[in-house]
Ligand binder design. Structure first.
Ligand code: ATP
Ligand code: MG
Ligand code: MG
Ligand code: MG
Length: 551
């Protein structure tokens, strides 16, 4: 099946079960508590809360929902590129009951679709059920357990192996800190070589053993004071990872080939066209390497592949968000977008791009997804233009910033070496020597060679990039702190985040003071007795940077 067929067969299945097929809502959420739409249920919150009447008869709906999970409660940004199944932007397929059916239908239909229609081998499927600890808002979900047990037993499988308890973190779903929520039951698929025998999801974390579908039984509202109130009615809210399901069906060629299976969302027809375009533009090839465990010791192909994955993920996030009217900017969700874009541009350097390239990928995305999401077509020129401008602005400072970082990194590493036997001048001289000679190495290598070169020297603490330098990279070169941390992590270097935050606070305070002064200057027009203090040079600089969009 192609991904388009998989998406359609999900919608067809629930249409047959009398669900109204609804369009995806915008990535710009209605709720002030969310940065982006992060789940299929977001658009239905007023119905769950009883604030809006359900417009569907019967009270059932299904759709594919555009989601972004970057920043906020569900933040997957740091995993992107480093695993093969978390994206910042993804489609969540979902079906809902608004006070209509409950656990029995939800679970049986999930089984019917996955096992009956899509032919997932039942012995590779695992279900989790909610098992609370003391003080949790709900009881053990015996009802869900019994329904799953019946299905697994009928398939000749042991429910004790195939049903796994999950705690509040995994099996009590919440959209954010507040809102409709409840216990959930998830489907996982284990395609590891021994995945049909071991049970208990021991292979979780392996890319071949992943969660595909979450069935949430919405019963409560989480209040701002941390308490839970039962809702007027019980609802079903499910979310299935479209790219993940596609990766399993396509990676196993419809479950006919487990031996050569490459289970990765990026090995699907969803991402392949974007990769093809990146290959053409960069002249590099995606090598399908597995995400490495240690970033500071990776091969060139591994680092190329991370860059491919990150860039392909990020172009989707940026394009869909801009098409929905969320622009990169300096605050809140807009700054999250800007951070994501800057990550992509920086990963572009890994592939050898020095001129704007990212905006060009919008074309292939619109070509492949514009049928399902027509807003991409409609906003195509706008998205391209916004990205181009953003990319150009960051490009201007990126290379200098990268050079600066290299200097800061080598100085940070050298600062961790002490010379107890010599005076300060000699110690400083030796540190410069180390920087010159070993400054390009990763932290463990640097330390090893440095201690070897100067017998008698000692290591004092683990090297970290000083907060002041992280701040300089942010303030002058437009490096978001998470980008600095990422680049540092590739060297095995930490970052003094506290030091950075202190400087950020001071800058915010200065900005507040400057604003006050502005108010004074305006009011001074009517009240000449009030003195205008003007801006100090630092504030003027801040403004100029803002104008060219570097920060
Ligand atoms: P995970 O534990 O893998 O992070 P989750 O439990 O946070 O997933 P849910 O909130 O239950 O995810 O969302 C429903 C479904 O959406 C998941 O079962 C998964 O298939 C899919 N999904 C969740 N997060 C992502 C993501 N970042 N990228 C792609 N698919 C995702
Ligand atoms: Mg998650
Ligand atoms: Mg999960
Ligand atoms: Mg889940």
């Amino acid at each position: 099946m192609t991904s388009a067929e998989i998406r359609q067969s999900f919608l067809d299945f629930f249409h047959e079960k009398k669900h109204t097929i609804v369009p995806s809502s915008s990535l710009m959420p209605d709720s002030p508590n969310l940065l982006f739409t992060n789940a299929g249920m977001n658009q239905f919150v007023p119905i769950f809360l009883g604030d809006a009447k359900c417009p569907y008869t019967p009270g059932r709906a299904a759709d594919t929902q555009k989601c972004i999970r970057a920043g906020g409660k569900h933040n997957d940004l740091d995993d992107v590129g480093l695993d093969t199944y978390h994206h910042t932007f993804f489609e969540m397929l979902g079906n809902w009951s608004f006070g209509d059916y409950f656990k029995k239908e939800a679970i049986r239909w999930a089984w019917e679709l996955v096992i009956g229609r899509w032919k997932f081998p039942a012995n590779r499927v695992y279900a989790t059920v909610y098992a609370p600890s003391a003080g949790d808002p709900s009881e053990f979900d015996q009802e869900a357990y019994d329904i799953w047990a019946e299905l697994f037993t009928a398939a000749g499988l042991d429910p004790k192996v195939h049903i796994v308890n999950g705690n509040k973190k995994d099996n009590f779903w919440m959209m954010g800190d507040t809102g409709p929520c409840g216990p959930c039951s998830e489907l996982h698929v284990d395609l590891t070589p021994e995945g049909d025998t071991k049970g208990s999801l021991v292979n979780m974390g392996d890319a071949r053993c992943i969660e595909i579908w979450n069935l949430v039984f919405i019963q409560f509202n989480a209040n701002p004071d941390g308490t839970f109130t039962p809702l007027p009615a019980q609802h079903v809210d499910t979310g299935m990872g479209f790219e993940r399901v596609t990766s399993i069906i396509q990676g196993t060629k419809g479950f006919t080939d487990f031996v050569h299976a490459k289970i990765s969302n990026y090995e699907t027809d969803i991402f392949r066209p974007i990769f093809d375009e990146i290959e053409v533009l960069s002249g590099k090839k995606y090598g399908s390497t597995l995400p490495p465990a240690d970033l500071s010791a990776i091969t060139e192909q591994e680092s190329t592949d991370i860059a491919f994955r990150v860039i392909a993920d990020h172009i989707r996030t940026l394009s869909f968000a801009i098409a929905d009217g969320i622009l990169p900017g300096n605050t809140d969700r807009n700054y999250v977008l800007r951070r994501i874009l800057r990550r992509a541009v920086r990963y572009g350097r890994t592939l050898g791009f020095h001129e704007p390239f990212f905006f060009k990928l919008v074309d292939v995305l619109t070509r492949t997804m514009g049928d399902v999401f027509p807003e991409l077509r409609k906003k195509h020129a706008h998205v391209r233009e916004v990205l181009h401008m953003e990319e150009e602005a960051f490009n201007r400072t990126l290379d200098t910033g990268i050079k600066k970082f290299a200097g800061f990194a080598s100085a940070s590493m050298a600062a961790a070496i002490e010379f107890p036997d010599v005076d300060a001048t000699e110690a400083a001289y030796r540190r410069t020597e180390l920087q010159k000679e070993f400054g390009e190495l990763s932290v463990p290598e640097f330390l090893r060679k440095s201690l070897e070169k100067f017998p008698g020297s000692v290591q004092k603490g683990q090297p970290v990039l000083f907060g002041q330098w992280a701040f300089e990279l942010y303030d002058t070169y437009g490096f978001p702190i998470d980008l600095t941390e990422l680049i540092a992590r590739e060297r095995g270097l930490g970052v003094d985040r506290d030091g950075f935050e202190k400087l950020m606070d001071r800058q915010r305070e200065r900005a507040r003071q400057a604003q006050k002064k502005e108010v004074i200057s305006v009011s001074s027009i009517e009240a000449p007795a009030t003195k205008f203090f003007g801006y100090d040079s630092e504030e003027i600089e801040t403004r100029v940077i803002d104008v060219v969009g570097i920060k």
